[in-house]
Write a protein that binds this ligand. Structure first.
Ligand code: PGA
Length: 260
């Protein structure tokens, strides 16, 4: 039986690629992607690459995401970017609360929640990232951490908005390390996340919310991960920088979702 949710595969380019490299990527990626459907494809380049990305994505199925934004519409916030600025560049998704933002830039759950609220108010779909560190997992705190990040991150978000929110479960120990969660570990965490969503909203709402897995996703592990009942696609870092490997992950996701 196939899943009741359309998978969504997103590229998180982090601080890689210039505007011209972005254009080059789209020139090779779009013909390879062709008319593949049954999946939402999103690319999150660095801010200066957003115009090139939007222009090249054009009428293709690819949607453009920002990797971050500030919760205020404007103001004296040197170095920050607002939702209305992103909307003008045809950005439709925004990654919020990535573990690198939380750990390297000190973002709190409360600050992340303000961004999630602003994203919805601005017609941007948040990709809200959550996940435990290795210390938290080893200490047996994974469920507490995920429950806290979800409850705080989604505070003030109603059921309708929750359905428009994409969650990304990214165990911090699996990001950029080559150490992927096993399919069983990913499924266990995703099922737990869905149970928390059920308690925050209701079963029907929880069933409709997409939960991506992220952390060292590669063409050779995407199929097994995406065959899991509660895995609805991926947030891909390193393997999304090259059009061939990003495409292979998308293709594996579509196939295993159809079979799953
Ligand atoms: P990775 O990054 O695929 O390179 O592990 C994932 C992410 O940080 O979103």
């Amino acid at each position: 039986m196939s899943k009741p949710r359309k998978p969504i595969v997103a590229a998180n380019w982090k601080m890689f690629k210039t505007p011209s490299e972005t254009a080059d990527f789209f020139r090779t990626f779009l013909p390879v992607l062709g008319t593949l459907d049954g999946v939402d494809v999103v690319i999150a380049p660095p801010f200066p690459c957003l115009p090139a990305a939007s222009e090249h994505a054009g009428k293709s199925i690819v949607r453009i995401a920002a990797q971050n934004m500030h919760p205020e519409a404007s103001g004296a916030f040197t170095g920050e970017v607002s939702a209305i600025m992103l909307r003008e560049l045809y950005v439709t998704y925004v990654i919020i609360g990535h573990s690198e933002r939380r750990t390297l830039f000190g973002e709190s759950d409360a600050f992340i929640n303000r961004k999630v609220l602003t994203a919805h108010a601005s017609n941007l779909r948040p990709i809200l990232c959550i996940g435990e560190t290795l210390e938290e997992r080893d200490a047996g705190h994974i469920h507490d951490v995920l429950r806290r990040q979800l409850t705080a991150g989604l505070a003030g978000i109603n059921a309708e908005q929750a359905i428009e929110t994409v969650l990304a479960y990214e165990p911090v120990w699996a990001i950029g390390t080559g150490r992927t969660a096993t399919a069983a570990q990913a499924q266990e965490a995703h099922a737990f996340i869905r149970s928390v969503l059920e308690s925050l909203y209701d079963a029907a709402t929880a069933r409709r919310i997409r939960i991506q897995y992220g952390g060292s996703v590669k063409p050779n592990n995407a199929a097994e991960l995406s065959a899991q009942a509660d895995v609805d696609g991926f947030l891909v870092g390193g393997a999304s920088l090259e059009s061939g490997s990003f495409y292979e992950i998308i293709r594996a996701t579509v196939h295993s979702s159809l079979e799953g």
